[in-house]
Design a protein around this ligand. Sequence first.
Ligand code: SER
Length: 584
Amino acid sequence: MKAIEIRNKYLNYFKKHGHTIIPSAPLIPENDPSVLFTTAGMQPLVPYLLGQKHPAGTRLTDYQKCVRTNDIDEVGDNRHLTYFEMLGNWSLGDYFKEESIAMSYEFLTKELGIPNEKLSVTCFAGDEDCAKDTVAYECWKKAGIPDERIYFYGKEDNWWIAGEEGPCGPDTEMFYDTGKPACSENCQPSCDCGKYVEIWNNVFMEFYKDSKGNYTKLKQQNVDTGLGLERMTMLLEGKETPYEIELFAPVMEKLEKLQKVDNIQSRRIVAEHLRSSMMIINDGGRPSNVDRGYILRRLLRRMTRHLNKLEINLDLLPEIIDVSIDSLKELYPELEKNKATIISVIEEEKNKFMRTLKNGEKEFEKVVNKAKMQGKDTLDTQVVFNLYETYGFPPEMTVELAKEQGIKVDMENFDKLFKEHQDKSRLGSDQKFKGGLASTGEKETKYHTATHLLNAALKVVLGEHVHQKGSNITEERLRFDFSHNSKLTEEEKKKVEDLVNEYIKMDIPVEKLEMKKDEALKKGAEAMFLDKYGDVVTVYKIGDVSIELCGGPHVNRTSELGHFKIKKEEASSAGVRRIKAILE
Ligand code: SER
């Protein structure tokens, strides 16, 4: 069954069962600096899972475009994809476990024709936060899944949350038995051997996990389900990998025809990264050196490198794009419409990268000759690192080329140097959020300090769940995005304003401290992108009011700020509010 048929069957089935079909949200979340890409269908729906009324009702279904980038380096094997489509259905305080499981079972067996014997399911085993899910178990039994194909696992396998904080709950997962022999006596769905493939995940979202790790019940019981389209297509078409289904097969064949050197991993990487890049570009993404743009750049550069590896003439890239769009346009007609833009963005990035490679290659020749003249047979780490940092020359390329010249490369410390470099450049991108524009005039400096006071006051008035999600400062105002789910009342706004003004009047000294990251965290310092800072961090402490990891600059005492006033409070994105405020 083709992907488009599965998608249509899915949406129609849930429509028939009272769900409204809603459009896919864009891959790039609007106004939300806290996440790079949309990674799951529930992400754009968070406010509604928390209780806000959705205009389309309490039963929704959609297909959602998703990008997950944790595993870029795994792409090329037989299963990892960075872009994928997720089919989903939601109950926003409407039906719960019983109806959800009954519908999933009916859809899998009746609509898709999967025999009962092919299905195994898993349920939550229970722990101190939530009881064993005997309800889900009973529902599966009632549907016709026998005991020996129902498994119970703990939070690692049967609990779903996006990130660290947010709506979450126990889930029940459905697995397809590929018919491969069991890898051991103990082979079961949680096993990685490939016998069982996860096909659908129904999350029973009735909890909220806060930043301290506490679980509380949500106002309503929700269901969030996700079914990966490529994987289901692969199974129903009896294929071993997603690269053999109709969304990838034509481009894989084209690459095979054009290649001078055979390499299946490289063909997969090109096909996969090309599709992800096109989808990101189509939703407005452009290559750059930070954040989302950097991910897109990495995808395109890795793709180009593997085209080189296959020794495919890069001038043929538009032809390859044509083939890929042809096989995707039934699912995404917008790709065909935006083809010209897609081709021009990819071509431009490819040309930039080729120049980088050319310069890097020249420099590489130089350092190799120098090493040879000095009678060395090894390039040291710093040399490899300089090639990377100054010329953008990928280290694996250095290793490869050096090998061809009979020279070894000392990569032992490369990871360490690389990490330090990453920390530095990430800090740069954090400051974009934390400090807005890197301008340090007197007024901006005041707004920086006012931002810390505002963050602290919001925590006091609204609660500890408030965290910074974005910040932008100009000479005229501060703009602060923070996690909170509802509009602030007039009273709350007034309280926040009064509290900040009180802090200002208290004339508290602002101290700049340097300390180990662990120590800062122990002291309860607020940090927006924790894992992105280096080991030693700068912390600004304002008496007992606030302590935050920050690059500054700040005033010396709070009394320098004048009078603080909130001008506007509005929604910024899902679960995030935005305040604009001035100092008078
Ligand atoms: N949110 C769950 C997932 O991404 C189900 O949709 O797997």
